[in-house]
Design a protein around this ligand. Sequence first.
Ligand code: PMP
Length: 285
Amino acid sequence: YDDRDGFIWMDGKLVPWRDANVHILSHAMHYASSVFEGERCYDGKIFKGHEHSERLLESGRLLDMPIPYTADQIDAAKAEVLAANKLSNAYVRAVAWRGAGEDMGVAARRNPVRLAVAAWEWGAYYGDAKMQGAKLDIAKWRRPSPDTIPTAAKAAGLYMICTMSKHAAEEKGCSDALFYDYRGYVAEATGANVFFVKDGEVHTPIPDAILNGITRQTVIAMLRDKGLVVHERHILPEELDSFSECWLTGTAAEVTPVGQIGDYHFQVGAITRDVAESYEALVRA
Ligand code: PMP
C-alpha cells in the first residue's frame, strides 16, 4: 500500500502517496492515540459520509484528543481525496492521531493531533464468502467493558485483539471471528456487527460494549420500515443454536451472510437475502 501513485490528504493538503509518512516517535505509534473511520463511496457519493465525520470527531473527544477540524472540513477533505485519485467507487479511510512533539511520555497535550484521509478501490470485504455465507470462528478474546476502554470510540487500541482474533480465525479457514463481550454476551465481529433471525424476527446485540455501527443503525431502520420486528438485546452464546439466519453489517462488510459460527450453522435465508439486496440498493440510491 505504500509504494504507489496517488494522493493522500494530510493536515490540510494533498501529498503524493509515497510521501505520506509519519515520524517514528509519533505518540500514536507508542500509545495507540489514534482514531479512524472506514467509509465507502458509491458512484461518487460517500454513504453517510457526514455521520462518519461526526463519529470521527466524537472518537477524538472520547480519547481526549480533540481533532482540529470541523465535520464539514473533514467532508471536504474526503471529496478532495476522491477527486485527486479519480475514484467514484472506493473505500475511504480517515485517521486522526497524536503526532510527534514535545512529549514522548504518556501525557501528550503538547503533541499535535493530526488528520489524514486516504481512499482506494476495495471490493467485497469477505471476498467469495460474501453471498455463500461466511464461516466465523469464536474469538478467544472478549470485547472489553466500557469502563475499561471507551468502547463507543472507533479507536486503534480496540483493534489489537481484532487483528489477533482475525489471524487465529483465518488460520482455521474462517473468514472472521465473533467476539463475546466481557459479560459473555454475543458482541460483534472484528470489523462488523452481527444480526440473527428466529421465527421471522430479528435479534441483534445492544451496543453497550460494542461499536454502534452506522450500517447497523441503517439496517435496523430498514428492517423496521419493512415491518419486521427487531429486538436489540443481550444475546447468550447458547442461543446461537436457536437462530435460523445470521448476517454481519459494516461499511466494509456491507451485509454479509454468515453460514457458520463455530459449530452452529445458519441458512442464507429470505430475510438475509432481502436485507443484503435492499442495502445494496440504498447505498446507491
Ligand atoms: N464493529 C467493529 C469492531 C467495526 O470495526 C466496525 C466497522 N467500522 C463495525 C462494528 C461496523 O461499523 P460501521 O457499520 O459503522 O462500519
